[in-house]
Design a protein around this ligand. Structure first.
Ligand code: AMP
Ligand code: MG
Length: 466
């Protein structure tokens, strides 16, 4: 499932950004990571003693089509490291050169998309959403052919693991049941130790992944995150968000929001994400089937029964998340709350209201100043009627400010920071990172980081030219 491999030489490595708090969590000294030897480590050009970097194999459904052999085409797992809490983490490089899985790719990555992953993953972490994290981006000093020549870069990223739904699809497709079992045992040990004690450990593993993904996707939905490429190879077993490509935060609320230029059919649109997650988990069930039961029919019955939990768990997590955004106690079984949420979303959609700034200003409305929130709607009477019923439930404004961010990595700000960074100016990147790293603390001077894109920014498209 993994081949020992080496990174390609970076001709002139230069550090663009280093995540010092994360380095400290990993017990790494930021000063030595900044040294020339540190840069060799961060590009895979110096391998720590005892480590064996590997390229991992995986398969995956890409836009619904099965690809039997994907794998780390331009990435390497450097090794594992325990953080300060003793939790074992993968340290992984992206953009480190061709591997045996590279197919037609050049094995490289360029500054823009690697910094984009850095920004968005750190923003997600700061929002409290499970995600891989970014340790550093190092420019390689090599020009890389994309639509134009672009400066090359290597991202080092840290994750609970890089086990994907596609890893299990790959193991299943080998026909080697022992390999599949060992992979499942590894996932249990690494992520879901209590499954080992269950009556059916492999079914318990599957159920744990379902629960983790139901909760993860509910969190994405609550903050308006659109992953953009929810292929089965981009869905983790750990329940961490992974592989930030053409992702985006939605501005005007719209279930049909799609940003990726390659997602022509809108398969991975904002509102489709829960259904896609369930579809991907069904593919995981198919991969795990031989471990559920010796008899295929009985295995299928167990899988179907477990999959049934996804919708319930997703709905419960999402409803609770939305109730919290409204400053209301967990509204799971509360019809009034769920009616309020549905009606609000209809109003937001109709008025093309900016999702993030609306919820933040609703906190101010809970304190009695509704003008800012109200001013975002065309249907003022509709909002007033809604707000009257909501206020009557006594929303907790302080609790709202703890879950409704002021600062998200807005698409126009991300693009601006990437363009400056690609041209050599890292200041806009640092300012954006500073804003999104503390998303809930409103700070004077950061007003432009809280505002929607100007109309001149137009309809946002992200390109998979990663
Ligand atoms: P992604 O869409 O980034 O999740 O990647 C899908 C697959 O394509 C993975 O197997 C990647 O390793 C591979 N891949 C993407 N870009 C490149 C590249 N420039 N060179 C080699 N493989 C790549
Ligand atoms: Mg991927």
């Amino acid at each position: 499932m993994a081949l020992p491999w080496q990174a390609e030489q970076a001709p002139d490595p230069r550090l663009l950004v280093l995540n010092e708090p994360l380095a400290a969590r990993l017990g790494l000294d930021p000063a030595s990571l900044r040294s020339s030897e540190g840069l060799l480590l961060l590009t895979g050009n110096l391998v720590p003693p005892g480590a064996t970097p590997v390229a991992q194999a995986y398969a995956g459904h890409q836009f619904g089509w099965y690809a039997p052999r994907l794998g780390d085409g331009r990435a390497l797992l450097l090794g594992e490291i325990a953080d300060v809490d003793g939790r074992l983490l993968d340290v992984h490089l992206k953009g480190s050169g061709r591997t045996p899985f590279a197919r037609n790719g050049d094995g490289r990555a360029v500054i823009g998309p690697m910094l984009r992953e850095y920004i968005v993953s750190e923003a997600m972490h700061a929002l409290g959403i499970p995600t891989t994290r970014s340790l550093a981006v190092v420019a390689t000093g090599r020009s890389v052919h994309r639509e134009t020549l672009q400066p090359g870069a290597v991202l080092s990223r840290v994750a609970g693991s890089h086990l994907r739904v596609g890893s299990f699809q790959y193991a299943r497709a080998t026909g080697n049941q022992d390999l599949l079992r060992r992979l499942a045992d590894h996932a249990i040990t690494r992520h879901y130790a209590s499954a080992a004690e269950a009556e059916h450990p492999y079914l318990a593993l599957f159920q744990a992944v379902i629960a983790a993904q139901a909760s993860l996707v509910a969190e994405w939905m609550c903050v308006g995150f659109v992953h953009g490429v929810m292929n089965t190879d981009n869905m983790t077993i750990s329940g961490e968000t992974i592989d930030y490509g053409p992702c985006a935060f939605m501005e005007a609320f719209d279930p049909a929001a799609v940003y990726s230029s390659i997602d022509e059919g809108g398969r991975y649109a904002y509102g489709n994400q829960p259904v896609v997650a369930e579809w991907n988990l069904t593919r995981l069930a198919e991969a795990l089937l031989p471990l559920f039961h010796d008899d295929e029919e009985q295995g299928v019955a167990l899988a179907v029964e477990s999959l049934g939990a996804f919708r319930r768990q997703y709905s419960a997590a999402w409803s609770a998340g939305m109730a919290a955004k409204l400053g209301l106690p967990d509204g799971r079984d509360d019809e009034e709350t769920s009616a309020l949420v549905d009606e609000l979303l209809a109003l937001l959609r109709q008025g093309q209201v900016d999702y993030t700034s609306f919820f933040r200003s609703l906190g101010t409305a809970a304190r009695g100043q509704a003008e800012a929130a109200r001013g975002m709607f065309v249907d003022l009477a509709g909002f007033d009627a809604w707000a009257l019923r909501w206020r009557a439930l006594g929303p907790d404004a302080d609790a709202m400010d703890r879950v409704n961010p002021v600062y998200i990595p807005r698409n126009h700000l991300v693009e601006e920071a990437l363009a400056f960074a690609t041209g050599g100016d890292l200041d806009p990147l640092k300012r954006l990172l500073d804003a999104v790293t503390f998303p809930f603390d409103e700070r004077p001077g950061l007003e432009r980081y809280a505002a929607p894109a100007p109309a001149s920014f137009g309809a946002y498209r992200t390109f998979c030219g990663t």
